[in-house]
Design a protein. Structure first.
Length: 103
């Protein structure tokens, strides 16, 4: 049945990234508004979302370590092509602004 729905390995990997990994990414970052300025609260919020995501999606941590963090992971390049670094950049900017006492 897998071959019926996914003609190639790349189509299967694309589906995994879109339906699983990007769902995780959205879960983590959708609560981040970009208006927060307290770096400690930002980090605590991010960690809380990560923990909550891992409780909801227990399959994710081993998949992440095996297929994304590891150099030869099959999902690594596909994720890097799809993930929006704008939120990550904005998060870093908010942390830096909070550390500098800016609003």
């Amino acid at each position: 049945m897998v071959h019926y729905y996914f003609k190639t390995r790349d189509q299967l990997l694309d589906a995994i990234v879109e339906e699983r990994i990007m769902r995780f990414d959205a879960f983590i970052w959708d609560s981040f508004t970009g208006s927060e300025v307290d770096p400690i609260s930002l980090i605590k919020g991010l960690v809380a979302q990560l923990i909550k995501a891992c409780e909801i999606m227990p399959w994710l941590p081993p998949l992440w370590i095996r297929e994304i963090i590891n150099e030869g992971g099959l999902l690594r390049e596909k994720l890097l092509q799809r993930i929006s670094i704008d939120r990550h950049k904005k998060f870093g900017e908010c942390i830096a602004a909070g550390q500098n006492g800016e609003k």
